[in-house]
Write a new protein. Structure first.
Length: 323
């Protein structure tokens, strides 16, 4: 049987939107009719999401979204995988399409200068450039650019506090170069820095995804893999599926080496959460994992939409997509 690869589209656009409830209904209906899976977030400030499906359907959906939102373009990064990536299609209305929690940040008005992937290595190799990873610590643990500064945040809402605390050290550098998965967090992060008076701020255009797609591995300054917010968990150079899996219990990305830990049990626990989860939790996770394996042996998908275990399984997708 031919295993047809699915096309993924990670997309965003900062633009003024109204009638969000109607847009949600229209997008969900179109995606369901065209067998599109994923998560799309809508807010008054724009759209953000990752979707997957057959190539022709993804292309059709991206065109539909541009027409519906009346925009000339979307910032889109494409990739392919044998994984469907998501369990179902969701469209959610949010206060922000990527939650920073700062009311006076307007990426559509002021943001850092874009740097193409081909020029990125040269920029971050300069001694007077501070390279900041705008992602969270569970993402940076999978991979990051060499010599980059990791704020070690657990959510993007912590980023402004990190900047405020370290603003004097940041100002010691002539330039600031920022990067994130697909670019959207850098739009806000660079805007925040510029509002604080830091003018020479640059951001990797298209994010890590574009870099891994464009730059050959032997020329790359990227170390590791890139965490993504879907069932693939991580991707490598060329946007190929990565080697990481994910702990069902705590949602942490787990390397192949870490699965050898005596505390790792698929679907139940890992070395990071084994001592943090109760026996009751572990028994519940184990029961769910047994059901998953039974369903897989019968050729069925275990998604249990109305169960608590399903809700925990898709908790990561319920969060805002970090590109």
């Amino acid at each position: 049987m031919i295993n047809r690869k699915k096309k993924f589209a990670a997309l965003y656009k900062f633009c003024k939107l109204t009638s969000l409830d109607l847009l949600k209904e229209q997008i969900l209906e179109f995606c369901n009719k065209n067998n599109i899976l994923g998560t799309i977030l809508l807010a008054k400030e724009g759209i953000n999401g990752t979707i997957s499906g057959d190539e022709v359907d993804i292309d059709k959906t991206v065109t539909y979204l541009m027409n519906l939102l009346q925009v000339n373009s979307l910032d889109v990064k494409y990739s392919f995988s044998s994984s469907e990536g998501f369990y179902r299609m969701k469209v959610k209305i949010k206060n922000e399409i990527v939650t920073m929690g700062e009311k006076n940040v307007y990426p559509s008005e002021i943001t850092g200068e874009y740097v193409d992937a081909k020029d990125w290595n040269n920029l971050i190799s300069q001694k007077d450039v501070l390279v900041i990873d705008a992602r969270n610590i569970y993402e940076t643990s999978v991979g990051k650019f060499k010599n980059s500064t990791d704020p070690s945040t657990t959510s993007f809402k912590e980023f402004p506090k990190w900047v405020d605390k370290n603003i004097n050290q940041i100002k010691n550098y002539k330039k600031v170069a920022m990067y994130c998965t697909g670019g959207i967090r850098c739009e806000k992060a660079s805007s925040y820095l510029m509002e604080l008076g830091i003018n020479d701020v640059f951001q990797l255009k298209g994010g890590i995804l574009k870099y891994l797609e464009s730059i050959p591995k032997n020329e790359s300054m990227w170390d590791g893999e890139c965490f993504v917010f879907d069932q693939r968990v991580s991707i490598k150079h060329g946007l190929l599926d990565g080697e990481f899996t994910q702990c069902y219990a705590c949602k942490s990305p787990i390397s192949l080496e870490e699965t050898k830990s005596p505390h790792y049990k698929k679907g139940v626990s890992c070395h990071l959460c084994y001592n943090k989860k109760s026996l009751f939790d572990k028994s519940r996770y184990e029961e769910r994992q047994n059901q998953v394996e039974i369903n897989l042996s019968k050729g069925k998908k275990h998604i249990g939409k109305d169960t608590e275990s399903y809700k925990k399984t898709i908790r990561l997708q319920n969060k805002e997509i970090k590109q």
